[in-house]
Design a protein around this ligand. Structure first.
Ligand code: G4P
Length: 527
């Protein structure tokens, strides 16, 4: 296969959802269709069900299994599909945001009874920032669900994207009869199939008016379905691929992941319409996947659980060219040429050493603590990919050393955990006190636990009530100096030495923005 063909057949996606909507179940069914696993249950759910702070032990356990499910690869209809896993718990939303920087499209799973939930909305905001193409799967129609028309309205309103139903649910719960595929005009009848394996039991009927359809649905349901389909045809326009690719229109599918129902239709459509690896923006130029030279960036770092092997796996997204084992590449931040003798590729439940990888693929690189999120690799060119931001955190604590003999270990541990993107570190300008900023409470426990178990260091937290930490820049030196002087107790530096404003309350932030009108406040680290 040529380099071009290899790239053209790759589809890299993330399945995202509010916890419990069915992300793990759907991912697993996609892998079943791709033959990557043969029985359901092979993909361990990495979500944390309870959200109490004592869950960090559970997180540790799950961190261990989640490395193997970080990237799940399978083949379907000549496409090579890479699914990038995202954490289930919302305290780790920032991991999910970063993973979204490495995909070319997403599938959003929505619970048919609950509709669009908070986390779905937030994740969609991130997709919108990047115009990521989105397909929606409305799940759990085997249970009582909201009205399908209402769900479409909700998707449009809440996710701010045009919805286009490509399949249509016939009833829900005990009245769930199946789905009608509007794109190939077929009726698929629901039967609670073998949940663990794939079966061909789905009955397909191509003529709604046939006696077979009437017998299966009954006259009343057939009439209602006919009306619904007429209404859909009148209200929703034809599928416009460009609009989908621009992230403006979301094809919508209905089904039941746990019953394997409606999933094949979703996958068949996905392989037809989902985009191949795309051009990407850097601070120097746009990269094209078909270029011969390698470019790529690290979007995730996974620390080893075993304290005797403190190496980490850095996940490199290949953006252009070819990645080859034992070939030297430039690690742009350090300026060093590095070779990798055992880069990993990921299968559904295991990793293997890979000789060559192509744009769209993810390669696992062994790292002894030198890489951080966003680092670029090239064949010599000095460029940095854009769009891999950190978000302004909203939860803060002072972090103090609880064991004076271990201050070196603590500093190293904090440094490496921040490189991994677990949280953000700010140093107060006035007194040098260190502040950890997170997006979720659980991260504080994770940091404390990992500092102790991986670095032998002990830390203590002290409460700190802040509304937000945001970056700021200003060309007007006089105003900047004035701001820095007046707010000196609320100014810190981030890990890279950039100025950060620690706002005590929304009101203070608002008044600062009004009063210091020449200062730009930034709510993501990329500006
Ligand atoms: P998540 O990754 O999005 O958090 O959700 P997950 O797939 O783990 O699914 C959450 C729960 O919803 C699971 O039940 C799962 O079996 C169920 N589920 C998923 N798809 C469907 C569906 O189409 N219909 C119905 N009725 N249920 C569905 P659980 O009881 O929490 O776990 P389990 O013991 O069944 O694994």
């Amino acid at each position: 296969m040529t380099h071009r063909q290899e790239i053209e057949r790759r589809r890299t996606l993330a399945v995202i959802a509010h916890p419990d909507a069915g992300k793990t179940t759907l991912t697993e069914k996609l892998l079943l269709f791709g033959g990557a696993i043969h029985i359901a249950g092979a993909v361990k759910s990495n979500k944390i069900r309870k959200s109490t702070t004592s869950d960090f032990m559970e997180i540790e356990r799950q961190r261990g299994i989640s490395v193997s499910t970080s990237v799940m690869t399978f083949e379907y209809k000549d496409r090579k599909i890479n699914i990038l896993d995202t954490p289930g718990h919302e305290d780790f939303a920032e991991d999910t945001y970063r993973t979204l920087t490495a995909v070319d499209s997403v599938i959003i799973v929505i619970d048919g009874a609950k509709g669009v939930e908070t986390q779905t909305r937030r994740l969609m905001d991130v997709c919108r920032m990047r115009n990521t193409p989105v397909i929606v799967f409305v799940n759990k129609f085997d249970r009582d669900a909201k009205d399908a028309f209402d769900l479409l309205d909700e998707i449009e309103m809440e996710l701010q994207i045009k919805a286009l139903p490509l399949t249509w649910a016939i009833g829900s719960g005990s009245m769930f009869k199946g789905v009608y595929s509007r794109y190939d005009n077929k009726l698929l009848l629901f039967s609670a199939a073998d949940k663990q394996r794939l079966s061909d039991e789905v009955l397909e009927i191509s003529d709604l008016q046939s006696s077979e359809a009437q017998a299966a649905l009954g006259a009343e349901v057939t009439d209602r379905l006919t009306d619904d389909l007429e209404m859909l045809a009148a209200v929703y326009p034809e599928f416009d691929r460009q609009e989908y690719e621009a992230g403006k229109l979301a094809p919508v599918f209905f089904g039941s992941a746990v019953n394997n129902f409606g999933v094949k239709e979703l996958l068949d459509c996905f392989v037809q319409i989902a985009p191949q690896p795309q051009k990407l923006t850097t601070d120097l130029r746009e990269t094209d996947p078909f270029e011969t030279k390698l470019t790529g960036f690290i979007f995730k770092i996974h620390a080893n659980l075993d304290p005797n092997h403190r190496d980490r796996i850095a996940f490199l997204k290949i953006c252009s060219g070819t990645f080859e084992r034992n070939k030297a590449y430039l690690h742009v931040p350090s300026g060093k040429a590095l070779k990798f003798s055992s880069p990993n590729a990921f299968l559904a439940d295991k990793k293997t050493i890979v000789e060559r990888s192509f744009p769209g693929d993810i390669v696992g690189l062994h790292d002894t603590g030198n890489f951080k999120i966003g680092d670029t690799f090239t064949e010599g060119e000095v460029l940095n990919f854009k769009g891999i931001p950190s978000f302004a955190p909203e939860l803060f604590r002072y972090i103090e050393n609880a064991d004076p003999l271990k201050s070196k270990q603590l500093a190293k541990g904090i440094d490496q955990l921040m490189d991994e993107g677990v949280a953000q570190l700010f140093t107060k300008k006035m007194n040098g006190r260190k502040i950890i900023g997170c997006v979720g409470m659980l991260q504080f426990d994770v940091i404390q636990y990992r500092l102790e178990h991986e670095y032998g260091a002990k830390c203590r937290y002290e409460p700190l009530h802040l509304h937000k930490a945001c970056w700021f820049t200003c060309d007007d030196k006089a105003q900047l100096d004035d701001f820095m002087m007046r707010k000196d107790n609320n100014i810190a530096l981030d890990k890279y030495g950039r100025n950060v404003f620690l706002a005590d309350s929304p009101y203070i932030l608002q008044t600062a923005m009004e009063k210091f009108d020449k200062i730009t406040f930034h709510f993501t680290s990329e500006f």
